[in-house]
Design a protein around this ligand. Sequence first.
Ligand code: AMP
Ligand code: ZN
Length: 115
Amino acid sequence: MSDCLFCKIAKGEIPCRKVYEDDDVLAFHDINPVAPVHFLLIPKPHLTSLAEAETHHAAMLGKLLLLAPKLAKEQGLSDGFRTVINTGRGGGQEVFHLHVHVIGGGNIPPMVKRN
Ligand code: AMP
Ligand code: ZN
């Protein structure tokens, strides 16, 4: 996807504050953090959202989820963290390249406010 922001970040065409990188995935700090620690985990190959994930993406999805607690701990989140995957416009997704938010530190409010 030549016009995808996170593809460009994955290829190094747009800079990021890198947290972790290997051949398959990249983690970088969110440019507009909602908490003291807020980074994003993405697969390097383009995948629009979780809604487009197929069976052959299982290993990559597992890798992202297993990296989340490891990197969260390395970023100082010893007491826990929140993971968020917004999917599609109805899920509040704004960048259409699958990403896992890892958020923590400070005061994390309830995820969904109850009436
Ligand atoms: P979402 O609403 O789940 O699609 O989240 C997209 C996230 O990408 C938001 O939290 C943005 O702050 C973040 N973001 C947008 N552009 C950049 C960028 N160039 N570098 C790092 N994070 C970004
Ligand atoms: Zn992309």
